[in-house]
Design a binder for this molecule. Structure first.
Ligand code: MG
Length: 244
């Protein structure tokens, strides 16, 4: 009996020596930078401010190299027929915060009502539309990945109210021979509500026909669409995820 007890103790000690410890699964390989998070609508400290209603309009360029959109107040507003505007800097994988407002006065319907768009890399449109009691094809309403993904819900506020998009974008990656390595993915939060959950993009936005990928650079400018309606934007900031 005594021998059995000793053997049991020895076995217990041997097993204990090989047993895993809490520290074995601790990861000390990368210390996350301490940043100042979002407070009262202000960007986090590691964001690139693209538009805050001040002189940072210089971060943008329009058709023929100038900005013809209105910059009255602290908003950047579409001026019809002046074309898209784009950031001077290019971005790939990103977190983008952008606030938008469709006109308070409702003048049209469907795709003609408060239409604009956030074109990630200038190619992949997250639709901006006044979708408050305004029916259109579902993969073309506010928060759709235009003509590719219907939003999970319609989280639109009334016309004339400011709305937020928080967009998490994984850019497509290409092989050395310029074939597609991995597609783009996007997650979108509209007014605090998840509406696109890591959906896969089939290619750049197409108005007509099926999308398909064509090689492009790893970083490209963000563009905002002039669709003829006076949609306004403010408080635009971006974090480059590939740099973290
Ligand atoms: Mg649009």
């Amino acid at each position: 009996m005594k021998a059995l007890q000793l053997a049991t103790i020895a076995l217990f000690m041997a097993v204990s020596a090989f047993a895993q410890k809490p520290q074995d699964t601790e990861d000390w390989s990368r210390q996350p930078s301490a940043i100042t998070p979002v407070t009262k609508g202000h960007a986090p400290s590691d964001a690139i401010i693209l538009y805050s209603g001040k002189k940072d309009i210089d971060n943008w360029v329009g058709k023929n190299g100038k900005i013809e959109w209105s910059t009255k107040g602290k908003a950047l507003e579409v001026k019809a027929k002046t074309g898209m505007i784009s950031t001077k800097q290019g971005f790939g994988d990103m977190q983008l915060h952008i606030e938008w407002r469709s006109p308070k006065k409702v003048v049209s319907e469907g795709q003609g009502r408060g239409n604009s768009g956030v074109f990630l890399m200038g190619k992949y449109e997250i639709q901006v539309l006044d979708s408050y009691h305004n029916k259109t094809y579902y993969n073309g309403q506010a928060g759709s990945v235009y003509k590719q993904h219907i939003p999970l819900v319609n989280a639109c506020r009334k016309p004339g109210k400011w709305q937020t998009y928080d967009i998490f974008f994984t850019a497509p990656k290409f092989n050395a021979d310029k074939s597609l390595k991995s597609p783009a993915y996007v997650t979108v939060i509209h007014n605090g509500v998840l509406i696109q959950n890591h959906v896969e993009l089939q290619g750049p936005t197409e108005y007509i026909g099926k999308p398909s990928y064509k090689y492009h650079e790893a970083k490209l400018p963000i563009k905002l669409q002039d669709h003829g309606n006076p949609v306004a934007y403010r408080n635009i900031w971006v974090r480059e995820l590939s740099d973290l």
